[in-house]
Design a protein around this ligand. Sequence first.
Ligand code: FMN
Length: 201
Amino acid sequence: MLSPDQTYQLLRALTSPIVAVTSAQGGDGKRNGMILDSAIRASIVPTVPRVSVYVHKFNFSHDLIFQTGRFGLHLLHTGQFDLIHRLGFFSGRDRDKLADIPHRPGTLGAPVLDDCHAHFECRIVNAMDTGSSTCFLGDVVAVGFGSATAPLGEVMTAAYFRANLPAEWRRDYERQLKAAQEFALARSRDVKPVIWPGLAR
Ligand SMILES: Cc1cc2nc3c(=O)[nH]c(=O)nc-3n(C[C@H](O)[C@H](O)[C@H](O)COP(=O)(O)O)c2cc1C
């Protein structure tokens, strides 16, 4: 019998590349970005490109994405540890994390980051509650490569991130992961049905 920790280490083999997810509310101009390792391709049909992401409810991004039904998703390259630190270690509730990060409004309104491996603009078609997070299923409506002209290196995988995370950030990363796990433990059994508004049409 495997221990819960051994099981979790095995499940880590299923984590996605490290991606940056952006969101924005039209009216008051709130915009934000966060980091995820829970994005997967959610369609095998080239003409119906889809992704899904799991976003914890304590993240500021969760509410922005839920309210607008849109998000931008960015594959990163291996040179982007600084971006991961800026977007993934602090909340946009306390600061405008995109203020110093070059970006432009995407066609759906969510910001598109200039520096990335590639970006996908997504419109949500359905959602699932997990108790502690929401799984958003998104149609990809626009896609493009990052604008960097220098060689980009490889896509930032979760394994590369964990092996090469700068030592001075590792303690904060592990502390925040533990806090997220405690949040999730307290809520994971309280799963609610979600009727995505767009499905009412
Ligand atoms: C490597 C890494 C992976 C992460 N994966 C997820 C994830 O899959 N889902 C999630 O909700 N948060 C994830 N996070 C945490 C958020 O990025 C983090 O809580 C961020 O500060 C949220 O910002 P916000 O409050 O501005 O939305 C991850 C962070 C890192 C550094």
